[in-house]
Structure formats: C-alpha cells, structure tokens
Ligand binder design. Structure first.
Ligand code: BES
Ligand code: ZN
Ligand code: ZN
Length: 496
C-alpha cells in the first residue's frame, strides 16, 4: 500500500522541519518568475533564475541551496490553469524529489480539486519495476507531503488517491511482467488472488469450459500455444446498484502474430498486449473496493498468440457462439477475435453499457501518436466515456466508424473476415467496425443495439519513451481511472 501521508496546512510555519520546500516558477517571456507565497524564504524570493538557466518550463525542476537548506523549484509554464495540469505538475515533483523524505509544497492553487490532483500526480509516479534487476534502484524516500493551502482535504479523499495508486501499480506489475512468467493461467490466477473482496465473484474458464461455452474465438487464438487460453469473468454486484456496466478486455499475454508472424522489430513490446484485460480486471476490483453503487461484469479474454503445428492458419474459419462465422485472413489480427467472444458474452447480460478496452491496432499510433486512446462507439456511450476520461484527466479522442470501410471485411467463404490484408486504410476504425458486429441488441423486437464504446489504447498502455508528467515509463496504467470515474458517473444516475 502506498504509504505516503498527504496533508494540507494553512501556515507554512507549521510545516515539518527537515523538509525540502518547493516553490512554483512561471515562465514570463524568456524568464522564470518565482510565485511569491506569503511564506517564501527571502533568499529564494530574490534568486536570479536566469543565471541558473531555469525558465519555468512546465514540469521542469531544479534545486537551490540557501544556507543549510535545500529548496526545490518546479516550472508551471504560464501558471496552473487546470486540474489536469496540477496532476502533471504533481507527477514532475513526485519523480524529481524521490530522494527526499518530506516535501513541503508552497504553490498557490485555485481549488480543492487542484490540490487533490497535485497529490494524485505525486502518488501515481511512485512506481519502479525492478523485479528482474539484480541491482535495484534506490526506492522513493517520500513519506510525507505537506501542501501549504487553505483547502481542506478529507481522509476519504486521501484513501481514494491511495487506492487508485495501488490499483495503478498492481496493473502495471501485471502488464510489465514478461511472457515467460505471465501466461494465460497465471494472469487469471493473479487476478483471482486480488479478488477477495465483498460482493465480488470470480470465475476462471479453462479450455474445457471455453469449448463447452463455444468461446471459439479465444480457443482459436490460443490453439498455437502449449499454455492454454482462459476467460476470467468478474462480477461485482452491490445491493444498491443503479446501473449495470459490462467491461471486456484483451488479454494476449504475448502476441507473436501467430502464423502471420510479426517481424523482429514489431514483435518487441508484445508482452503489453494483455493490458486491456489487466486494466478492466483491476478497475473492476477498485470499483468494488470503493463500494460504488454500480453492478460491473468484466470479461477478460486471455490467450497466448503463438505459431505452431496446432496454431490457427490463415483462411481458417471460426464459428462464434452467436453463430457468426469469420475467415481468419491474418492471425496477427487476433485481438478482435478474442474480444468478439467477450462482447457476445457481455451482450447476453443486456447491461446498460458495454465498454471494451484493447491494445488492438498499430494503426492507433499512426492516427493518434503516443498518448491518446482512440474512442469509438454510439454517440451516447462515447459521450459518457469522454466525460469520464476528462474528469480523470486521461486523453481520449473520438474516432468515427465509417460504414464504407466495413465493406473491406467481406469474405467469399464466411460472414466476414478479420482483416483486409494489404489495405491499411483506417486500421483502427476497421477493427472498431469488426467489434461492433458482436455487440448484441437491447431487445429482439426493434433490434436497437446495446450501448457500446470501444477504446483502442495500443499506444497509451505502454510508454516506451521517457516518463513525463504523471505518466511513468513502461506500463502506464492508462484507463484505470477513466473506468473508475465512469462507474462513479453511472452510480449517480437514477435507474430507468
Ligand atoms: N497487438 C497488436 C496491436 C499493437 C501493435 C499493439 C503495436 C501495440 C503496439 C495487434 O494484435 C495487431 O497485431 N494488429 C495488427 C492488425 C492488422 C494485422 C490488421 C496491426 O495493427 O498491425
Ligand atoms: Zn496481433
Ligand atoms: Zn495483439
């Protein structure tokens, strides 16, 4: 459990001794200007920042020594103008001052929300994945964070920040673990270990049960591996549920591409291909720990995509549980095949909303760069997820599902195929259109589709560049907080 103690105090004179005091620096023209708090140390207030070449660039940090005390400075750019920016500044502080036990932060903030976000940023970057290093990095020393502010923060608010930080870290551990140690049965078992929570039930379906339930997509993708596939179903049903949310996550513990093998460069990083399953699983457990009044059913579609004598071949046809048939033209487009089973199962429960999360396409990076998650679906569901992401401070972008691209998936032998080999047009959108085919209807009479949103976080799930703001290197934990915030929003709605 994250053990940092967070508090606010109105008067910096009451700050604990032996602390590093951190001030904010805005950037004006080409110069950095220290934000003067009434409590600021005089020597610091008159420091010549230009001579230090510190110009207040947002998230930059530096240290100043005055007498026997060290002070910290953090760049705020043009000043903190949003809750999200406060979180990113917190992240920069949390990463740069890990060697200090006690931080006192004397930066003027505009609201309780900004103060909470600053604490979140600090908490969310206290993570190292050093399990496989024989010489471990020095762990963070931060044990107390004191914000000089008139805003009061409640114990429940601090508890939630810590729960989110813990959830992020356990999700990151799962995602960062290499494929030799994290195979389908292991991922299922680790999630089950975390699921001993009131009102939470967990089922693990092995190959036998998957065959009985006609989960032929998961079985087809898993058939090339000696380590068989799994489906994990997590149900959180509180007595006071105001809505039913179904979540579906892609859990490919390693994606070689299968018989349509990936090249040596493209295959690197494919241990991250189970991020969707780890995230929906851990988000469901966090929602349960918070006791939110929303029923959640999560389906984790888990397999290892390997080439072998028993692997699915290109041109094989899979018949799904709902009767639809798909010709597999590219075994590397396996995510949509396992997700189809999850979406069929979720649809059978007729929930109020289905949200699926997957590292689905390389095309997501081509379209949106490294930080944005692509969001597709019907307008009402997209709006709900967008507003949840906004309140969590996570980046999502609404992408279209253009009908004409669906034509690309017409097959001569089956109802559809899983990819149009050699046609890269709108790869992320074609995958979204494929998934939409497996979303069921609200009722058989008027055939209105269930509410559904699809998130493709192929790039946001993993940061292979340097850490920035409140985002760590490697597995990021992206979308955990959006899903929790979505459940919070659904919990405030009155049931129809
Ligand atoms: N797991 C990959 C998508 C991916 C790529 C995630 C890069 C993270 C980084 C997925 O299974 C895949 O291989 N998709 C193919 C689809 C194509 C064959 C239609 C892709 O994006 O190339
Ligand atoms: Zn693939
Ligand atoms: Zn994949």
């Amino acid at each position: 459990m994250t053990s940092i103690s967070f508090k606010t105090i109105a008067d910096s004179a009451k700050a604990p001794g032996n602390s590093i005091v951190i001030y904010g620096v805005t950037s004006e023209g080409d110069s950095g200007v220290i934000l003067r708090s009434p409590f600021i140390d005089k020597a610091i207030a008159s420091a010549d920042l230009n001579s230090l070449n510190f110009r207040g660039k947002t998230e930059s940090t530096t240290r100043l020594i005055s007498g026997s005390q060290t002070f910290g400075l953090v760049g705020l750019g043009r000043g903190i103008s949003s809750v999200s920016q406060a979180r990113e500044i917190g992240g920069a502080i949390g990463r740069s001052f890990k060697d200090q036990k006690s931080l006192v932060i004397d930066i003027p903030l505009a609201s309780t929300e900004e103060a909470l976000a600053l604490f979140e940023g600090i908490a969310f970057v206290q993570y190292e994945f050093s399990k496989y290093k024989s010489s471990k990095e020095t762990p963070s020393k931060i044990s107390t964070v004191t914000l000089v502010s008139q805003f009061k923060i409640s114990a429940a608010q601090i508890r939630k920040i810590k729960l989110l930080a813990d959830t992020l870290n356990s999700t990151r551990d799962l995602i960062n673990t290499p494929g030799n140690d994290l195979y389908p049965a292991k991922l299922a078992e680790l999630i089950a270990l975390d699921a001993k929570i009131p009102n939470v039930k967990i089922e693990i379906w092995d190959e036998k049960k998957l065959a009985k339930e006609k989960c032929n997509g998961i079985l087809a993708v898993g058939s090339g591996s000696v380590r068989g596939p799994r489906l994990v179903k997590i149900t959180y049903s509180p007595a006071n549920a105001k809505a039913h949310l179904a979540l579906v996550g892609k859990g490919i513990t390693f994606d070689t591409g299968g018989i349509s093998l990936k090249p040596a460069t493209g295959i690197l990083g494919m241990k991250y291909d189970m991020a969707g399953a780890a995230t929906v699983g851990q988000a469901t457990l966090a929602i349960a720990k918070l006791g939110l009044p929303v029923k959640v059913t999560a389906f984790l579609c888990i397999a290892e995509n390997m080439p072998s004598g028993s692997a699915t071949r290109p041109n094989d046809v899979v018949t799904f549980r709902n009767g639809k048939t798909v010709e597999i033209t590219n075994t590397d487009a396996e995510g949509r095949i396992v997700m189809a089973d999850g979406l069929i199962l979720a649809s059978e429960l007729k929930p109020d909303l289905i949200v699926d999360l997957a590292t689905l396409t390389g095309a997501a990076r081509v379209a949106l760069g490294n930080r944005y998650t692509g969001l597709m679906g019907d307008d009402a569901s997209v709006e709900l997820v967008k507003s949840a992401a906004q309140s969590a401070g996570e980046l999502v972008w609404h992408m279209p599902l253009p009908e004409e691209l669906f034509e690309l998936l017409q097959s001569d032998v089956a109802d559809m195929m899983n990819s149009r080999v050699g046609n890269p047009a709108g790869g992320m959108l074609v995958a979204g259109l494929f998934l939409r085919e497996f979303v069921g209807v609200k009722n058989t009479k008027d055939k209105t589709s269930l509410n559904w949103a699809h998130l493709d976080f192929a790039t946001a799930a993993n940061n292979d560049l340097a850490a920035y703001g409140s985002t760590v290197k490697g597995a990021t934990g992206s979308m955990i907080r959006t899903l929790v915030s979505l459940a919070e929003q659904l919990g405030t709605k009155t049931k129809k």
